[in-house]
Design a protein around this ligand. Sequence first.
Ligand SMILES: *Cc1c(COP(=O)(O)O)cnc(C)c1O
Length: 221
Amino acid sequence: MAVNKEAYKELHHFLSEKNTILIAVSKTKPVSDILELYELGQRDFGENYVQEITEKQPLLPQDIRWHFIGHLQTNKVKYIAPFVYMIHGIDSLKLLKEVNKQALKLDRIIPVLLQVHIAKEETKFGLDENELKEILQHAGELKNIAVKGLMGMASFTSNEAEVRTEFSYLNSLYHKINTDLTNHDSPLTTLSMGMSGDYKMAIAEGSNMVRIGSLLFGTRS
Ligand SMILES: *Cc1c(COP(=O)(O)O)cnc(C)c1O
C-alpha cells in the first residue's frame, strides 16, 4: 500500500491555514513509507509501540520529530527517552516521574502531553479531571519534563454530536487550566485531538495538533 501523496498535500494545505500541526501516524508502516512523506517535507511522525519506534528511529533521518502517542509502560520509558520529541500519553503521576527521571539522566527536558479520558469506552486510557489537577500540581517540581498540553481520543462512534461533546469538553479543560495558572506556571500551548475520521471536528472544537494515520498511509491490517 503506497502513501497517499495527494491526500497529504491537501491535508497539509488545510492544516497550515488553520495553524494546526500534523503528526503523521506511521505505526505498522515501513520506513520506506515514512521516507516518502519525509521527502514531501513532513517531519513530525507518531508511533504507538516502543519496540517499533526504537527499531525505526536509527534507520531514518535524524531531524524527524518522533511523537510517542501510544500507551507507555513505566519500565519502557528508558528506551525512547534519548530521542523522543514529545510523549502524548501521560496518564499517571508515576509515569510522569519516570519520564522525568530518565530525562534527568540524559540531561534533557522532555515535552509531554497529559492524556485525558474523554471517550465513553472504558477501555480507553487517560486521566479524569481530578487526576489531571493532581498531576498538574506536582508537574512544577519535576524539572526535566515540560507539560505542553493535553491529548485525548474521542469515542469510536458515528454519533457526531457525541464526538463533538467530547472534544469540546477537552477544549474547555485546556482553557480552564490556562485561566487558572499561577504566576510561575507556563501556559499550555498544545491541544492534541483528532484522527483521520474526526480531525475536522476536532479543529472546529479547538485542536491545534492532529494525529493522522490511515488517511495518509492507508488502512492498517
Ligand atoms: C493510531 C492512532 C492515531 C491515528 O489513527 P487514524 O485513524 O489511522 O488516523 C491517532 N492517535 C492515536 C493515539 C492512535 O493510536
